[in-house]
Write a protein that binds this ligand. Sequence first.
Ligand code: FMN
Length: 142
Amino acid sequence: MKKVLIVYWSSSGNTETMAKQVAKGAEEEGAEVILKTVGEVSPEMVKEAEALAFGSPAMGDEVLEEDEMEPFIAKLSKAELGGKSLGLFGSYDWGDGQWMRDWVIRMKGLEAKVDGEGIIARLEPDEAALGECYELGKRLAK
Ligand SMILES: Cc1cc2nc3c(=O)[nH]c(=O)nc-3n(C[C@H](O)[C@H](O)[C@H](O)COP(=O)(O)O)c2cc1C
């Protein structure tokens, strides 16, 4: 059974809804899914997982959430991420997805196998975004 770790930060619940859909897809594909908010996760847990998904809304000025998600991501290295499938997702509002483009490049720099271009949803995720999250979960479980 593949071990998939899903880590997210969410304040008004939009990114959390996406995280739950990723979890659903992975579970229905038969993975062992660990779904956690970022405050509950250590780099060691990332190292133990076989596939990963990280979620953060666009915050600040087109950056990751700064108090918890940014410090968590900054601690990671090739030791935890190298060669692993990684899905990125998150909600935004007024921007154009720049935070996600930057995040994808950053994670590729640590040799993660980033799934596509990341999944972004404007505010509350619509059916299409939820479907993408579900399919991401299925891919991560394979
Ligand atoms: C302090 C703050 C900063 C934000 N900065 C951005 C931003 O730079 N770009 C953007 O598109 N949306 C920005 N947003 C909007 C959030 O990304 C959006 O409300 C998102 O749906 C929140 O996701 P959540 O429900 O998972 O917390 C910001 C929201 C807040 C509260």
